[in-house]
Design a protein around this ligand. Structure first.
Ligand SMILES: *Cc1c(COP(=O)(O)O)cnc(C)c1O
Ligand code: SF4
Length: 398
């Protein structure tokens, strides 16, 4: 009889060492080797396979917008025969990246205007985003923070750590700190331990989390030593970033399980991307695989209006359609929340299919996932709806 793990393993493809067929496992499994051997220029790309003209122009034209970098691990997931490969679209620039539309912005989520201290974004009442590095293992072409990430864009990230700690110490309302960047897991164990110690010394900070794509781009970084270090700082949660089921390789699954085994709850944030995951079948496979890796699908983001992202953006209706196709049809744990990060700095706004057909002070009329209609009595004492059009009137016109 097969163990559950063996059965599950068959659902995960392993591509290593693929394009690096002569590499010995000791080097392949060394995260520093992976970083040193990233694909970072046109010549290295063209040694691996033939680019399309759109990609070739993209690599040449996007160099001063967001750096090119792809770890060998992630590069091996690319199908060289498929110009529309969903892995390829995420990390190889295309000429469309140099097109700008008037709706696009350098800082679509208005982060710079919500920074009381360089590197600290305080937009919500009780939590902050702490940008601790500008480097990532590989660069996502649609990165909402490409103005500061990778070191070649419009701005440089000048995080002032001491000033940030002072701000956190004096703002008693902050109970949740989210480490991001760039990618916090690219820092050395010592540097990261130093940051976590400083945060944990602040009594009113209840909860620390790390937003990272390192377990996906560079699973070799998730060493037992790193996990043991992180374990000292509980409660520590982590949000990873997987967009397509093919990213959940055996190595990635091992890294994710190692994190969970050290008590770190994992959530996943996907970005809805045209030609990558704008499809119910792909998304369903992704959320099912995530749950098997003990990762809870957390958010699906509508792609931000970052410069040069039009070729990767989908309609909002597509995101709603995907949620509609998941909710009720599959495990509730596998259904993420679809959100739009409101342009200019409004924060994340949940976008849901319309399950409320009617709502007044007497009743609510709802539909279920099958389209069947139900009524539930409204209780007068609980006040009235926040879903009615009065809500819009009150808030927009007052
Ligand atoms: C996304 C985000 C957070 C965290 O939001 P949650 O909904 O709590 O996950 C915090 N601060 C900023 C600026 C963010 O963009
Ligand atoms: S890992 Fe995150 S911060 Fe880094 S390039 Fe991708 S989206 Fe941007």
């Amino acid at each position: 009889m097969h163990s559950l793990a063996e059965t599950a393993d068959k659902r995960f493809l392993s591509f290593a060492p693929g394009f690096w067929s002569t590499i010995v496992p000791e080097l392949w499994n060394d995260w520093k080797w992976q970083l040193k051997n990233r694909i970072t220029n046109l010549q290295q790309l063209e040694q691996k396979f033939a680019l399309t003209p759109e990609e070739r122009a993209g690599v040449i034209l996007s160099g001063n917008k967001l750096a090119l970098a792809i770890t060998p691990h992630f590069f091996n997931l690319i199908d060289p025969e498929d110009a529309d490969c969903p892995i390829r679209r995420q990390v190889i620039p295309r000429v469309e990246e140099s097109y700008q539309s008037p709706l696009e912005m350098a800082d679509p989520c208005g982060e710079d205007s919500h920074m009381p201290v360089p590197g600290l974004v305080h937009r919500y009442p009780d939590r902050v985003l702490f940008l601790v590095t500008d480097r990532c293992a590989s660069y996502c072409r649609y990165c909402t923070r490409s103005r500061v990430v990778s070191g070649v864009g419009e701005h440089e990230l000048h995080t002032n750590f001491e000033e940030a700690y002072r701000y956190l110490e004096t703002h008693l309302e902050i109970r949740d700190v989210l480490l991001s960047g760039g990618d916090a897991l690219l820092l050395s164990d010592d540097k990261l331990r130093g940051i976590l110690r400083r945060l944990r010394a602040i009594e009113h900070i209840e909860f620390v989390r790390i937003g990272t794509r390192v377990p996906i781009f560079l699973p070799q970084r998730i060493t037992p030593e790193l996990c043991r270090m992180l374990q000292e700082f509980h409660p520590l949660w982590m949000s990873v970033h997987v967009n397509h089921p093919r990213e959940l390789t055996t190595e990635v699954r091992t890294a994710l399980e190692r994190l969970v085994d050290h008590g770190i709850p994992l959530g996943n944030q996907s970005v809805l991307l045209k030609g990558v995951n704008d499809d119910l079948t792909v998304m369903r496979a992704l959320v099912h695989k995530l749950v098997m890796c003990r990762v809870r699908p957390y958010y699906i983001y509508q792609c931000d209006l970052i410069h040069g992202s039009a070729h990767l953006r989908t309609s909002v209706a597509k995101g709603i359609e995907i949620i509609e196709g998941l909710r009720g049809h599959t495990t509730g744990y596998a259904v993420p929340q679809f959100v739009i990060d409101a342009p200019g700095g409004g924060g994340k706004v949940p976008i849901n299919p319309g399950y409320i057909l009617y709502h007044d002070h007497e009743k609510i009329v709802i539909r279920n996932y099958e389209g069947k209609i139900f009524e539930y009595p409204e209780s007068e004492t609980t006040g009235h709806s926040s879903a009615s059009s009065d809500y819009v009137d009150e808030y927009l016109y007052s």
